[in-house]
Design a protein around this ligand. Structure first.
Ligand code: NAD
Ligand code: MG
Length: 396
């Protein structure tokens, strides 16, 4: 590869966005940040623009775009500042972009990620919610445009690394028996069940192994994150839900495994640092330095494995049911979860009520098809409204 690759980082101010820019900055001869987006942290986005000098920046709305545009102009930068979903879709599909890091959190990332897919880009997918919501049409769009989809989620990147290059022929055809999706179990793996009622957002966001945004941290604590990842794995690797087994592995050193029919089980190991999957996907099929320290197996000393406890983590059961139901059910699961997690972070509900809200929404709303984008957006809207209904019925 000779020319410097132009990278669009959607969600640049977040945890994955910052790790991506850290890897990019280590290889200026290979990568240049072409576009950076932020939402609420405009001061941080400005600092990132000054450091990486992108051609484009994208903010939430016109007012914040004007403020940033003036600040960047005053600093002598040529960066053009766009705003809103239209701005995100424009940079994601821009003809000069080689790769798009899709690292916006939640359903807000769906349309920009799809814009990158439809433009046939190399899409580095961190925004699992986008794939969970729209799985079938997302994968069809990848096939139609010839986009290259590379997983950033550490588990899926691990599975990708443990599969043969021709896995798209089908898991059975390449001799895969099952996928073993590892989970740390989060901060509440051993918390007495009665205490789960009272845990705070701060406790939920204090993950033992990974440093992440607040939404995914709460998802990790409820294990909805693993549920969303189960659905993500089904779409990425064309697996049936029954072919994906969740294995609790508290050390987060093995990032997932692939079990083959001959009895071989391949695993990918590494320190829990997202720069490894990010560097892997950026440089694929080559390997580059990510800045991550070498794994010290003597310091790790032992690797433990447990079965997940679905009584403790009902979100995992709800997600598996949604994976099996298909259609627009995963989109409704995701939307109800986003509303519930936001309410928990605002201290309007208890941690243990997150699963109850999602279950209530899935019981109330009939399942439908998710063949076109409007089906997905309508299911998302219905589930959000229904979850807000739960909140108002319960006076929150
Ligand atoms: P984060 O909260 O740290 O960052 C989120 C980013 O999205 C920010 O740049 C924010 O400005 C932007 N954003 C938020 N709301 C937006 C909106 N409405 N419109 C446009 N932009 C918006 O989150 P994160 O931890 O970096 O996670 C990002 C995505 O990557 C999530 O989908 C998460 O599940 C996934 N992921 C994260 C990790 C991790 O280690 N952090 C690991 C695997 C997967
Ligand atoms: Mg993960």
């Amino acid at each position: 590869m000779s020319a410097v690759q132009q990278i669009c980082v959607l969600g640049a101010t977040g945890s994955i966005g910052l790790s991506t820019l850290d890897v990019i900055a280590r290889h200026p001869e290979r990568y240049q940040a072409f576009a950076l987006s932020g939402f609420s942290r405009i001061a941080e986005l400005k600092v990132l623009c000054l450091r990486h000098r992108p051609a484009f920046a994208v903010t939430a709305d016109e007012a914040s775009a004007r403020v940033l545009q003036e600040a960047l102009q005053a600093a002598g930068l040529q960066t053009r500042v766009l705003s809103g979903e239209a701005g995100l879709c424009e940079v994601a599909g821009h003809p000069e972009v080689d790769a798009v890091m899709a690292a916006i959190v939640g359903a807000a990332g769906l349309q920009p990620t799809l814009a990158a897919v439809r433009a046939g880009k190399k899409v580095l997918l961190a925004n699992k919610e986008a794939l969970v919501m729209s799985g079938d049409l997302f994968i069809q769009a990848v096939r139609q445009s010839g986009a290259t989809l590379l997983p950033i989620d550490s588990e899926h990147n691990a599975i990708f690394q443990c599969l043969p290059g021709d896995y798209a022929r089908g898991l059975g055809a390449v001799g895969v028996r099952r996928i073993l999706l590892t989970a740390s179990g989060g901060p509440f793996r051993e918390t007495p069940l009665a205490e789960l009622e009272r845990v705070t957002p701060e406790q939920a966001c204090a993950h033992p192994n990974w440093s992440m945004g607040r939404k995914i941290s709460v998802d990790s604590a409820s294990m909805m994150n693993k549920g969303l990842e189960l659905i993500e794995a089904c779409w990425l690797f064309d697996a049936r839900p029954a072919q994906v087994e969740v294995v609790v592995h508290p050390q987060s050193v093995i990032h997932s495994l692939v079990d083959y029919v001959d009895g071989s089980v391949l695993a990918q190991l590494g320190n829990p640092d997202m720069r490894t999957p990010i560097a892997n996907a950026l440089a694929w099929p080559q390997r580059i330095d990510s800045g991550v320290a070498p794994l010290d197996l003597f310091a790790v000393a032992r690797l433990d494995f447990q079965r997940p406890d679905e009584a403790r983590f009902p979100c995992l059961r709800l997600a598996r049911q949604a994976a099996e139901a298909g259609g627009d059910v995963p989109a409704m699961l995701n939307a109800a979860n986003e509303v519930a997690v936001a309410a928990f972070l605002e201290r309007r509900i208890r941690f243990s009520e997150i699963a109850g809200i999602i279950e209530d929404v899935l019981q109330r709303l009939p399942a439908g098809a998710a063949e076109e984008l409007p089906d997905v957006l309508a299911a998302d809207a219905r589930a959000r409204e229904c979850a807000h209904g739960w909140l108002s019925r319960h006076g929150r």
